[in-house]
Design a binder for this molecule. Structure first.
Ligand code: GLN
Length: 348
């Protein structure tokens, strides 16, 4: 039954079945992850995007809060070949429109050929093609969401593991996944989560041993305050970054970022460490990349599929960043050692 319409660039309409009603719009992206839908759907880096699952059945092991990466569903809409009732009910209760019973292979092929694209969805008994098109026409480019950090960051300074004995971390929350905080707390770090627009003074007030820039949605160029903090503390404090964090650090150090055609989203992205020649499997979710690392950062890891930078380092300045997600959730645990490495930097 057609009670949902997905409109994509070129005003093409794809008919579907409504699984959670409503109208929405966003950048249409896909993930190839075959597990971890709860983690992906609560990953703040999906803000302002519509997430298509290429794996055909999503929801077959239920919905459990302990696997959430934040306190809400983050993508603006969800597209799948088949969503279970558990997931559909969860999305409906969160007010996030979702559709299934459409050919997701076709959508993924189109995104791979044409790049990530704008999308509008209308789903439910009153849905019309016109409503989906109207949503599409109102959809902005990701880089136009200039204050996207405000949509995902903590409102105020929040401390985790206050009585811990380990390293004191200032984590600039550009939309941090909960597992990044958990990975630091498990290693007994005291984690000061600061808003995405924290100033130099806000970081100084925490007196940290390590500055950490989190993952986050949208264009890294829209996270100017985080870049300024990096610029201030480079050489003064060890600095770490994950995903958007790598991009912000590279920009702050004179590098450049660019939008990729359709990005990397999945849990089996191979990454080669250029120092050891070892390959690890990684979890990824990004649509931008570092195009130029700048003079002060060495590319230490690359993506085996397309050679894009996956790790940037400077031993003297004590900087380590990763484009992928060492915290996993979902995905392989091969690179959890990243957290030991960055905390070691701060201890020495
Ligand atoms: N997971 C992330 O931090 C994503 C970073 C950035 N928003 C990108 O799309 O590249």
């Amino acid at each position: 039954m057609t009670d949902a319409y997905v409109a994509v660039e070129g005003d093409r309409i794809i008919e579907a079945r409504a699984r959670a009603p409503g109208e929405t719009r966003g950048e249409l992206v896909f993930t190839t992850a075959y597990t971890g839908y709860e983690e992906s759907l609560t990953d703040p880096s999906y803000e302002e995007q519509i997430l298509t699952f290429s794996y055909p059945l999503i929801g077959n092991y239920g919905v459990r809060e302990e696997r959430f990466e934040s306190d809400r569903v983050q993508p603006n809409g969800v597209v799948a070949r088949e969503l279970t009732d558990d997931v559909a009910e969860w999305l409906e209760s969160e007010g996030v429109p979702a559709v299934d019973h459409l050919d997701t292979r076709d959508i993924v092929t189109e995104i791979r050929d044409e790049g990530a694209m704008k999308c509008g969805i209308a789903a439910g008994p009153d849905a019309t093609e016109e409503a989906a098109l109207e949503q599409l026409h109102q959809c902005k480019h990701m880089s136009e969401h200039r204050d996207i950090g405000a949509q995902v960051s903590v409102a105020e300074h929040t401390v985790y593991n206050e009585d811990g004995d380990g390293v004191s971390v200032a984590l600039v929350d550009c939309g941090a996944k909960g597992s990044i905080i958990d990975s630091l707390v498990e290693r007994d770090a005291v984690v000061h989560v600061l808003p995405y627009d924290a100033s130099e003074a806000d970081v100084a007030a925490v007196d940290p041993d390590l500055l950490f820039i989190s993952n986050g949605p949208g264009d890294p160029e829209n996270f100017e305050a985080a870049g300024e903090v990096v610029d201030t503390y480079v050489g003064e404090l060890p600095i770490a970054g994950i995903c958007l964090g790598q991009q912000v650090v590279a920009s702050a150090l004179g590098g450049e970022t660019e939008k990729m055609e359709f990005g990397h989203r999945g849990v089996n992205q191979p990454v080669r460490d250029l120092r050891t020649d070892q390959v690890v499997m990684t979890t990824q979710n990004h649509g931008y990349t570092v195009a130029e690392p700048g003079e002060n950062l060495e590319v230490t890891q690359v993506n085996v599929n397309d050679d894009t930078p996956e790790g940037l380092e400077n031993d003297d300045l004590e900087i380590i960043t990763r484009q992928y997600h060492p915290e996993a959730n979902p995905g392989p645990h091969d690179s959890l050692g990243f957290f030991d490495d960055v905390l070691d930097l701060a201890e020495n």
